[in-house]
Design a protein around this ligand. Structure first.
Ligand code: SER
Length: 316
């Protein structure tokens, strides 16, 4: 029987992943933790505890007490916020992962999941259809920590046989829990503002193309990777996953089909430079071949769901 520990259950990915894993493994077997309170659906559907992953002693004690066999470590400071607090961001993004890898070694965890990001790429990386194996010279604190994390994951796999698995998420779009402090956050904010105010001031230029993915596809990808037999996993650093690619202009146009008066102004801030350093589109053939990565959503179908669900949330 698997006992799963989620670190960062109150975040954008954690909220939805916890609920999905509880459906598969049973509510009582998925232990949700965070340094902040969990959203009601996570708190009320199974075990939840406040836990700081940087507190190694408590983390180890928790894992032993609950006989944890798998860990999903989702704790992170995203790209925009990390630039404001570089050392704290490095600590949270890096020490948290090392604590989990060491835990994996000491209690023989079956599997560890840790999210990497398109932020491992940098200005010298080929931008279009970025290959799995390519130049990675990130120039943000977030990107540097994600690249280092990938290297540590692969190292623990080789050296200590830890079953480390990871994907390089593109920008993630969801309506349940909002992201915080990322460069791709505009693609969530824009839907809320379209409904609430009919206008939006975008912090990226209109022609900034970035890889993006709707959360249901990201959750599906994560679970397929984690359920694949270990011998099929050929990448022990982190898999490219691409989703779709669009610009702020493209999202605005897809919203205008439903809200014709919607207006967007473009006022790039410091995050424009971060976005400029990232790829426009991703080649995810290795993930498709190794563990059957597929997607269900494109920009049009995602926009329909986003607008419908945000409206429903506001009316309730
Ligand atoms: N969504 C993240 C960010 O913008 C990228 O991994 O920071």
């Amino acid at each position: 029987m698997e006992k799963i520990l989620i670190i960062g259950c109150s975040g954008q990915i954690g909220t939805e992943l916890t609920l999905e894993l509880r459906k598969i493994y049973g509510d009582a077997n998925v232990f949700a933790t965070d340094i902040k309170e969990a959203p009601p659906e996570v708190r009320d559907s199974g075990p939840f505890e406040i836990l700081d992953v940087l507190d190694e002693k408590r983390l180890n004690h928790f894992a032993i007490r609950h006989k944890i066999t798998q860990v999903y470590n989702l704790a992170a400071v995203l790209s925009g916020n990390a630039e404001k607090i570089p050392m704290q961001a490095w600590n949270i993004n890096m020490i948290a992962l090392l604590n989990i890898l060491e835990l994996g070694r000491s209690i023989r965890l079956n599997k560890v999941f840790w999210p990497s990001s398109i932020a491992v790429f940098g200005p010298t990386t080929p931008k279009i259809n970025t290959p799995q194996l390519t130049i990675t010279e990130p120039n943000t604190v977030y990107g540097i920590s994600k690249l280092a994390g990938e290297r540590w994951g692969e190292y623990y796999h080789k050296r200590y046989c830890i079953d480390f698995r990871s994907v390089r998420y593109p920008g993630l779009i969801s309506y349940k829990t909002e992201p915080g402090g990322g460069t791709t956050d505009y693609a969530v904010e824009i839907y809320y503002k379209a409904i609430e105010e009919g206008k939006y001031e975008c912090f990226l230029k209109e022609d900034t193309g970035l890889p993006m993915m709707f959360m249901p596809d990201a959750i599906k990808a994560t679970i397929s990777l984690m359920e694949t037999e270990a011998h099929k996993i050929t990448v022990r650093s982190s898999y490219n996953i691409g989703g779709m690619s669009f610009t702020p202009y493209d999202v605005a146009q897809s919203i205008i089909k439903h809200i014709p008066d919607f207006e967007v102004a473009y006022k790039p801030d410091f995050r424009q430079a971060i976005a400029n350093s990232w790829p426009t589109s991703i080649d995810d053939e290795v993930a498709r071949n190794d563990w059957g990565l597929t997607y269900d959503y494109d920009l049009g179908s995602m926009t329909e769901v986003m607008l419908r669900e945000i409206r429903a949330k506001m009316n309730s």
